[in-house]
Design a protein around this ligand. Structure first.
Ligand SMILES: Nc1ncnc2c1ncn2[C@@H]1O[C@H](COP(=O)(O)OP(=O)(O)OP(=O)(O)O)[C@@H](O)[C@H]1O
Ligand SMILES: [Mg+2]
Length: 257
């Protein structure tokens, strides 16, 4: 049975997409069949994988055409392992279009559409947009696990309580088996006092709860370099500390029963 993992945080720029692609490659390198699904109309994950959202949109080969149209999700898959279901700007139209469907089912569309494809993969990673709108809700309803990337700055952690409320609502209603796999601090600079204070604050804030905090992913220029080359960081800098952090997260996903 495959595991579906949503990478969610309504705050922008915290490392959701970077974490999605790096985890997908780390899982694939460990012999797992991995699929990354771009659930963000910005199409960043699609670009990080080296594809053009505009060209794929013209060919009607992005997630929108499965969520709102009748393309089977399988027909959208690009590449082998990790594979990708790409997104493009039209996905932004999906939220209002999903809204006008009967409310009781509009949160479950992604889950339903993924059914036919699920068993072909060991892990499916859902890269969420920076909002708590219907696309993120669809991802959280479709997921077994959620990873919350947070940048080690004050503002990023602020929204996590709100995200947790949403997760609890979804657990109480639409997806009782959803679990928080952990918080993943990203873009961390161990020499920066402020980053360390924030990390300590996050650990204290969550001390009473059974939420795992992964070891932080250090700030590194390899990520921007990888993005500009349309390659995963794991391919251009396999031994870097930041990449090894993603291997650790991949291992803990594999070890979660
Ligand atoms: N550990 C890191 N060190 C340095 N830069 C990083 C790191 N992780 C991510 N970045 C950079 O930070 C920027 C934002 O990352 P990313 O696109 O993954 O965030 P996001 O949460 O997906 O953003 P959005 O909310 O817009 O979808 C990118 O330019 C990425 O290369
Ligand atoms: Mg993103």
């Amino acid at each position: 049975m495959s595991k579906v993992v949503a990478l969610a945080n309504q705050k922008g720029g915290v490392g959701k997409t970077t974490s999605t692609i790096n985890l997908a490659y780390a899982l694939a390198q460990k012999g797992k069949r991995a699929l990354a699904v771009d659930c963000d109309p910005q199409g960043s994950l699609t670009i990080y994988f080296g594809f053009s959202p505009d060209e794929l949109e013209d060919a009607e080969r992005t997630l929108y055409f499965s969520l709102v149209g009748d393309k089977p999700m399988e027909s959208l898959v690009l590449g082998e392992n990790p594979a990708l279901v790409p997104a493009s700007i039209s996905l932004a139209n999906a939220e209002p279009e999903l809204l006008v469907r009967i409310m009781s089912s509009s949160q479950k569309v992604l889950r339903e559409k993924m059914k036919a494809i699920r068993d072909q993969y060991d892990y499916i990673l859902l890269d969420c947009p920076p909002s708590l709108g219907l696309l993120t809700i669809n991802a959280l309803v479709a997921a077994d696990l959620v990873i919350v990337p947070v940048k080690t700055d004050n503002l990023s952690f602020h929204g996590v309580a709100r995200l947790f409320q949403t997760i609890e609502q979804i657990q109480g209603d639409l997806n009782p088996t959803l679990r928080v796999a952990g918080i993943l601090p990203t873009q961390y600079n161990p020499r920066n006092l402020h980053d360390n204070e924030i990390l300590t604050g996050v650990r204290q804030a969550l001390a009473g709860q059974s939420v795992q905090i992964f070891d932080p992913v250090n700030r590194s220029t390899v990520f921007d370099k990888a993005t500009s080359l349309g390659l995963p960081t794991i391919a251009i800098s396999p031994g870097s500390a930041s990449v090894l952090s993603y291997h650790q997260v991949a291992d803990s996903l594999i070890n979660l029963s």
